[in-house]
Design a protein around this ligand. Structure first.
Ligand code: PGA
Length: 223
């Protein structure tokens, strides 16, 4: 199996103590060939980032969202400028839960991608079958090629049942047509230690975006 990207999306789970423990548990195991990216809630970025640096853990940091606006008068928003110097190298953008519960539009998501790229943060742009072409056409020229795209069918998120592999592969083909053949594509939605093997064995799948199964350090390490 080649080198893959494993993204832990904690959503709004965990206390700071639990978060620190997870980082120690995962970081102290010399992990696999894969790149691990932890996307914790915003308040934990600084303490976790410090711990990762101090202990030289092989864990990259990402955010679960970011502001579509530059630094300025946008109360409650976290701009890319706020993230500068915190060691954040990835940002999940346009997750279906953001689109659904926070009513994010295609254009806002596109603006977030632009913000991330401006600060050299790699956007992990989440799409569903219905949003692929709308989302790519809302991106400014060339931005699509700077994304990692995550195919995340909302019906399969947190459902306990990942989408069927042949369906995922056919959607990946479409995403490559839309974004370009060189764009890495992840799958996310109810991945656990059992289903991960099949997905990671596919050359067209560059990694996994994992919610529920990322919360427990031991379970995450088994992916
Ligand atoms: P899940 O979440 O693994 O719990 O289905 C995936 C996601 O929302 O990114």
């Amino acid at each position: 199996m080649t080198h893959k990207l494993l993204i832990a999306n904690w959503k709004s789970h965990k206390t700071l103590d639990e978060a620190m423990q997870w980082v120690d548990d995962v970081g102290s195991v010399r992990h696999t060939a894969h790149t691990l990216v932890l996307c914790p809630p915003f308040p934990f970025l600084v303490p976790l980032g410090q711990r990762i640096k101090e202990k030289k853990y092989a864990i990259a940091l990402g955010t679960q969202d970011l502001s579509p606006f530059p630094a300025g008068s946008y109360t409650g928003a976290v701009s890319v400028r706020n993230l500068k110097d915190l060691g954040v190298t990835y940002a999940i953008v346009g997750h279906s839960e953001r689109r659904r519960y926070f009513h994010e539009t295609i254009q806002e998501v596109a603006n977030k991608v632009a913000m991330a790229v401006e600060e050299n943060i790699t956007p992990i742009l989440c799409v569903e079958k219905e949003t692929i072409w709308k989302q790519v056409s809302a991106l400014e020229n060339g931005l699509g090629k700077k994304c990692i795209v995550a195919f995340e069918p909302a019906d399969h998120i947190g459902s306990g049942e990942p989408e069927k592999l042949d369906v995922v592969l056919s959607i990946i083909k479409e995403i490559h047509e839309a974004f370009g053949a060189s764009v890495p594509i992840l799958y996310g939605g109810s991945i656990d230690e059992k289903s991960s093997l099949n997905f990671l064995a596919q050359s067209k799948i560059s990694g996994l975006l994992v919610g529920g199964a990322s919360l427990d350090a031991k379970q995450f390490l088994k992916l």
